[in-house]
Design a protein around this ligand. Structure first.
Ligand code: 5RP
Length: 222
């Protein structure tokens, strides 16, 4: 029986194999945030020299990349990106995701939006029929915290401000539990329209293009 850590390692290794054909001396790779992304970064270090640089979705990943000897570029310096690799807190069969457990959702969504291909890596526990069991993170400007929380309540959720947490962008996170998300695109759009919301953790309008999910029986590709 493989541990969750071993499964995450398998998913990270599968992503490294997946991106190898995309590596060129000019390629800039988008890199996500989290424990699975960390394992991907560790493996990516062994491929340095086969691509130009990386763009990180968080200060945490930027540091790990730099420590591994990989050049990190600001997204503003990059015009195109063949691939973005990141984990997820939940993913469904339609490749819609809930992300932001690590609080990096805004930069993740921005970097992913530039990439041609979004590769989601996760262990199989992240695959769900219906999104929403994992509390949906919403990054808000601090002034909007209570107003957005009331709207989250009116949508049927239970909002909880992530205590003591400040995002890389200087904002706060509201984790909304109790949502049963049957139309992820609609909810993503609704939340995007609430004043003070910077980003919500639904990645549905632009979901993953491929998911590499590690199972006890090997990689399951969606
Ligand atoms: C961070 C994220 C992560 O991708 C998500 O939380 C999954 O993390 P992990 O790989 O540690 O399970 O969205 O903001």
């Amino acid at each position: 029986m493989l541990s969750q850590q071993e499964l995450k390692q398998q998913a990270a290794d599968a992503a490294l194999q997946y991106i190898i054909p995309m590596l060129t001396p000019d390629a800039v790779i988008g890199v996500g945030t989290g424990s699975t992304a960390d394992l991907f970064i560790d493996g990516l270090a062994k491929l340095k020299g086969r691509f130009r640089a990386a763009v990180a979705s968080s200060e945490r990943s930027a540091k790990r990349l730099t420590d591994a000897g990989i050049v990190v570029l600001d997204l503003n310096q990059v015009q195109s990106m063949p691939v973005y690799v990141d984990g997820a807190d939940e993913i469904n069969a339609g490749l819609h995701m809930v992300k932001g457990g690590g609080g990096a959702l805004t930069r993740e969504k921005i970097v992913a939006s530039v990439a041609k291909v979004f590769v989601c890596i996760a262990d199989e526990s992240k695959l769900v029929d219906t999104l929403g069991k994992f509390p949906l993170p919403i990054e808000v400007l601090p002034i909007a915290r209570e107003a957005v929380s009331r709207i989250a309540s009116s949508l049927g959720g239970q909002p909880l401000v992530r205590a003591g947490f400040v995002t890389d962008n200087g904002n706060q996170i509201i984790d909304v539990s109790g949502l049963r998300i049957t139309d992820a695109v609609a909810l993503e759009q609704t939340l995007n329209n609430v004043p003070g919301v910077v980003t919500n953790g639904l990645f549905a309008m632009r979901g993953a293009d491929v998911a590499l999910l590690a199972t006890q029986n090997g990689i399951r590709r969606l």
